[in-house]
Design a protein around this ligand. Structure first.
Ligand SMILES: Nc1ncnc2c1ncn2[C@@H]1O[C@H](COP(=O)(O)OP(=O)(O)O)[C@@H](O)[C@H]1O
Ligand SMILES: [Mg+2]
Length: 258
């Protein structure tokens, strides 16, 4: 049974091999309710592989995953969503010619029966739900019938995030959500992450922007060449400590784990 101290996600001894490449080697990790957790490491350290295992894109070679204390096997993105885990795909996945609401519900439009028989997309419900997610979860006010092509970079990223919220997740995973954005858009997305957290959603974010990581995260986990270096509380370290961790060494005189 989950208690207040049970992590939302707990990963024990996770390894993932691709042929003879060991992308992850015996990684332990936990995500607490309502936290923003940064996942850092140099290129090739295994960050994307780690989140792809969590969202069911890759099967782990070894290790266990617990969601709210229960052991789970996550066999695909749909399965991940049923456990309350959603991912934000980059805004490249949006369809310009469709409205914001249509993009949010792409592939999962709410249906109704017309005259009791023919299933039809319930556009009214879709627009209402889109507006509700945007305004209540993200505190942004965009008309859901607007076509995505007329949105700014930051707004597009907001729609990509809103799309991930359609299944009402309590865990949101973002792989470099701001890496392709302008300064303005980046700021907008960072505000959205804070809003998500204040609405009780736990966020696992990969980022290589240390300013952003220090501004947004509660804890940081660092990988180095597939190995876990450690997890620390952001308030206990400075940037140099984290840079040292990215080269494989824990800061001295710091608590080894948080
Ligand atoms: N689908 C794959 N097939 C083979 N090797 C892969 C695959 N995905 C990742 N890798 C390898 O696993 C290692 C970790 O990659 P990745 O998780 O993408 O790192 P990061 O996201 O930290 O840059 C790298 O050596 C990469 O080349
Ligand atoms: Mg990556």
């Amino acid at each position: 049974m989950a208690s207040d101290s049970t992590p939302l996600v707990e990963v024990r001894g996770l390894s993932k091999n691709f042929g003879n490449i060991q992308a992850l080697n015996d990684v332990d990790f936990d995500l607490k309710e309502g936290e923003v957790h940064g996942l850092l490491g140099d290129n090739g350290s295994g960050k994307s592989t780690f989140v792809k295992v969590l969202v069911g894109i890759h099967d782990p070679t070894a290790g266990e995953i617990f969601i709210r204390g229960e052991p789970v096997k996550i066999s695909g993105p749909k399965d991940a969503r049923s456990h309350g885990i959603a991912t934000v795909y980059q805004d490249l996945a949006l369809v310009d010619e469709l409205s914001l609401a249509q993009n949010m519900f792409l592939g999962r439009m709410p249906h109704k029966s017309v005259a009791g028989v023919i299933p039809a997309v319930d556009y009214k419900q879709m627009r209402e739900r889109a507006e509700e997610i945007l305004s209540e979860r993200l505190n942004i006010h965009l008309d859901p019938t607007t076509k995505v092509e007329s949105l700014s970079g930051g707004e597009r990223q907001a729609v990509a995030i809103a799309r991930a919220l359609v299944t009402d997740p309590d865990i949101l995973i973002m792989d470099e959500p701001t890496s392709a954005l302008s300064a303005d858009s980046t700021e907008r997305v960072q505000e959205l992450i804070k809003t998500l957290q204040s609405n009780g959603i736990a966020v696992l974010m990969i980022s290589h922007d240390l300013n952003e990581v220090f501004d947004l995260t509660d804890r940081i986990t660092v990988l180095d060449n597939g190995d876990l270096v450690g997890t620390i509380r952001t308030e206990d370290v400075v940037e140099d400590d984290v840079l040292g961790m990215m080269m494989g060494s824990m800061p001295t005189e710091k608590a080894p784990s948080a």
